[in-house]
Design a binder for this molecule. Structure first.
Ligand code: ADP
Ligand code: ZN
Length: 637
């Protein structure tokens, strides 16, 4: 963690946190949350905010942002300072968090459109009477006269403990989730200058960060930037050959029975893919903005509550989904940029157990994304920016070195090869494609010279490989000097060459038929001034993506999700059965009762007394009261 030194700071400067307040924070962590230690920057952040300072927290998804305001909220409430107001744009997240806090015995509530009048009034009464530790509300609600009048009343009595602004990047037009209501939140600071604020986001880029500071008037806040690494996520990117079959193999070989998300670009593809998976006996549901709101809610709810469901979705799904045991995120289409990719893949493995980020991408993805930018209505500056972002993503996809090093470098974080991405685990073979690239370019050039109009990728590969198809004969292409000059290079390799040439901007596709044309920069390649080193396509290696794990080494080189011996594995299964019953009985998602990670630790350590049980990470005092005896019985059985 790099915490910037507090600059010349006004009021909100960190009062140096004395040791006993650290101890109080730790006690809350143990007693309420049942965790043995703070993670990374959490302790420093809690210290800063609990003592009344402002903070801006940049932490990756799954890093543990919620505790950064929940612990201070509890500490400040205990100190008689009243309630913390959490501003969040996501109704699903509010419900989840309030439910989880209730399980921990923390008085929390939300105010949003899902409550009827009576329920809302009860929450308001609880808030005004000082009974709530945390109140969650959407930004548009917070800024209503009625809500502000309540805050006034609390503030006058010194009972406004803290403002927590979640998903703070929504204030930036630069970011991908801009929400106009967020702009109004600076009013909170103007109206209640003495109330400390903590703003949190998982978006790392400098521009967004600057926007947050400026628009929320957080110049005096202490900045906490955590490492963006998610070491438990394994990154794999494969060339798309037969996407459905590749996906099915990935699901069957590596994630049988696991919950996960499959992202597709279009609604139609979401529907198709979900139906197809279901027909293959994989429990899958679709989710996109074209579905009726009730259906969407039902599918999301099932995904949260049931175990082992696969959600096939557009990027409309996922923000605020706080399910810790998502074991994989698969992309069947290229995301828009690295920010999107990282946010989407970040939804895997929030519980810290091994998880997969898997993506299949191909020539059509590259062509489509470029076209979408070119054809959009945006101005040139914006287009240039988008092209730059796409280039970075394509470079990641084509990379033959460590994916994680590239991802983290994109967010400004230096790192070493990770040992947990496809390229580290099985360094890809590369080949010198310089000569092949020149052949492809000159063939595209000949097409134009010969027939006037251009041709697409299929014709190019056929001509280079010397295939006399009807279409080749029809256009007389067998007489071109480039006919058959690349018979020694496989079709997959040619597609790789072309993909790379398009990714690098030397070639572009135009018109209804995606006909190929040369960009000015192609000249340098034709003259041999640019060398091209490409990965050998995976089908040429006879190892498509996951084959490395199912092939020679079987599942053995996949890190076991839970390193347990046989007896412990049996206990783990028994605990899961118990948890499913408890979840049903309390009408809660299973992970709210207990995380997989906690169950695994219970199965391994096998505590025999309530005292020993209290020492397990994830077992707080409320859980101990509610479930302690039952868990001991399962473990003894
Ligand atoms: P974020 O909001 O940053 O995505 P969360 O607040 O949802 O992350 O936390 C991610 C997961 O990590 C949650 O399941 C949470 O319970 C767990 N967690 C957070 N802090 C700790 C800690 N200090 N010790 C153990 N688990 C933690
Ligand atoms: Zn790596």
């Amino acid at each position: 963690m790099q915490a910037a030194a507090p600059a010349a700071v006004p009021r909100a400067a960190a009062p140096a946190a004395p040791a006993d307040s650290d101890a109080a924070a730790l006690q809350v962590l143990h007693e309420v949350f049942g965790y043995p230690a703070f993670r990374g920057a959490q302790q420093a952040i809690v210290g800063q905010v609990a003592a009344g300072g402002d903070a801006l927290v940049l932490m990756p998804t799954g890093g543990g942002k919620s505790l950064c305001y929940q612990v201070p909220a509890i500490l400040r409430h205990r100190a008689g300072r009243g309630a913390t107001v959490v501003v969040s744009p996501l109704i699903a997240l509010m419900h989840d968090q309030v439910g989880a806090l209730a399980e921990l015995g923390v008085a929390a509530a939300f105010l949003n459109s899902t409550l009827d009048g009576d329920e809302a009034r009860r929450v308001e009464r609880d808030l005004l009477a000082g009974r709530l530790v945390l109140l969650y509300a959407a930004p548009e609600r917070v800024l209503t006269p009625r809500f502000l009048a309540m805050l006034d009343s609390l503030d006058e009595r010194g009972k406004l403990a803290l403002f927590a602004i979640d998903e703070a990047h929504c204030v930036s037009q630069w970011g991908h989730d801009f929400r106009a209501e967020y702009l109004g939140l600076s009013a909170l600071h103007e109206r209640y200058p003495e109330v400390p604020r903590i703003a949190l986001t998982a978006t790392a880029d400098a521009h967004t960060r600057a926007d947050i500071v400026q628009r929320l008037a957080l110049e005096g806040a202490r900045l906490f930037v955590s490492s963006f690494d998610r070491p438990n996520i394994r990154y794999t990117i494969v060339e798309k050959t037969d996407p459905k079959a590749q996906l099915l193999r990935f699901l069957r070989d590596e994630h049988e029975g696991d919950a996960g998300i499959v992202y597709c670009q279009s609604r139609r593809k979401v529907d198709e893919t979900a139906a197809w998976l279901a027909a293959q006996d994989i429990p899958a549901l679709p989710y996109h903005a074209g579905l009726e709101a009730g259906t969407r809610r039902r599918h999301q709810d099932r995904f949260l509550r049931e175990e082992g469901l696969v959600m096939v979705a557009t990027i409309a799904f996922g923000m605020g989904i706080d399910k810790p045991d998502v074991r994989f995120v698969a992309h069947l289409d290229l995301p828009k940029n690295i920010e999107g990719y990282y946010q989407e893949t970040g939804r895997a493995g929030r519980d810290g157990l091994p998880a997969d980020a898997w993506m299949a991408y191909g020539l059509a993805d590259v062509v489509n994304q470029r076209r979408m930018i070119d054809d959009s209505e945006a101005d040139e500056t914006f287009k240039r920016l988008q092209r730059g972002k796409l280039d970075a993503l394509l470079a990641l996809a084509e990379a033959h070195d460590c994916r994680r090093v590239r991802l983290l470098a994109y967010f400004g974080e230096p790192s070493e090869p990770c040992g947990n991405c496809d390229n580290c685990l099985q360094p890809p073979a590369t080949w010198d494609a310089t000569e092949a690239a020149r052949k492809a370019l000159s063939c595209i050039y000949r097409f134009r010279q010969h027939g006037g109009s251009g041709f697409g990728a299929g014709q190019l590969v056929d001509v280079l490989r010397g295939k006399t198809t009807d279409k080749v004969r029809q256009h007389g292409h067998e007489r071109l000097s480039t006919f058959g000059i690349g018979a020694d290079v496989s079709e997959a390799q040619w597609r790789g060459v072309l993909r790379q040439l398009i990714a690098l901007g030397h070639v572009y596709a135009e018109g209804e038929w995606n006909t190929l044309a040369l960009a000015d920069s192609a000249r340098a390649v034709l003259r041999g001034e640019v060398t091209l080193e490409l990965r050998v396509p995976s089908d040429a290696r006879r190892a498509a993506g996951s084959a490395r794990r199912t092939g020679k080494a079987g599942k053995a080189d996949k890190p076991p999700p839970l390193p347990l011996d046989d007896a412990a594995t049996a206990r783990f299964a028994a605990l899961k059965t118990w948890r499913a019953e408890a979840a049903r009985a309390h009408n809660l998602p299973a992970y709210v009762v207990c995380h997989d990670a906690t169950l695994a630790e219970l199965a391994r350590a096998r505590p025999a007394t309530l005292d020993a049980l209290a020492g397990i990470s994830g077992v707080g005092s409320k859980k101990l009261d509610a479930y302690g005896e039952a868990i001991l019985q399962v473990l003894a059985g």
